[in-house]
Ligand binder design. Structure first.
Ligand SMILES: [Mg+2]
Length: 188
């Protein structure tokens, strides 16, 4: 399959010291996911993300049971109750709560603590400028997801990735302020 060839090429280009994460983006059925993940075993992936439709927790668990690469999911899940269902079903070893969807800071902290009791790790979906505050406050933080260039035009002085690491802003509250220029773009 083309995906297998592509990921193998990426592994070859990056060498063995760089982590590679694959996101199926809810695209395949259980059998296809298992086939792809098994073929990619030699690439030593860090995780295999959202194998099946996000609402189908039992199928996600089926994939997680069948493959050796850890599964990540949760960017489309809501509240601690949704994440409890993922954990109950052993659907993933990494959870990706999105701070906009899962219920904000307080709910994400509850999700993270619930996950900690099961040794499940937290890697929030995007919004790193807000999620970073949760990650530095929990014992089971895996990584912060960052898309190059994503928050820079929206915020005044957003936290940056330096040598692969991000620190939260040293300002009161979440410390983020919209740039006047960005707000103008959405209001005029
Ligand atoms: Mg994703």
């Amino acid at each position: 399959m083309e995906i297998v060839t592509r990921v193998r090429e990426v592994r070859k280009a990056l060498g063995d010291d760089m982590e590679i994460l694959v996101d199926a983006n809810q695209r395949w059925d259980v059998a296809t996911n298992i086939r792809v993940a098994n073929q990619l075993e030699d690439c030593a992936l860090y995780w295999y993300e959202e194998p099946v439709l996000a609402d189908n927790i039992t199928q996600c668990a089926e994939v997680a049971r069948a493959i050796t690469t850890p599964v990540a999911t949760g960017e489309n899940e809501y509240t601690r109750y949704g994440f409890r269902d993922l954990i109950d079903n052993k659907a993933a070893q990494f959870l990706n709560p999105d701070i906009h969807r899962c219920g904000g800071f307080s709910e994400m902290m509850k999700i993270a603590h619930l996950a900690a009791a099961y040794d499940v790790q937290i890697a929030p979906h995007l919004v790193p400028e807000l999620s970073i505050h949760v990650l530095v406050a929990i014992p089971n933080a895996a990584l912060v997801e960052f898309l190059a260039g994503s928050p820079d035009d929206l915020w005044v002085d957003p936290p940056q990735i330096v040598d692969g690491m991000m620190a939260p802003p040293d300002r009161p509250g979440h410390g983020m302020e919209f740039s006047a220029e960005a707000v103008k773009g959405y209001t005029e």
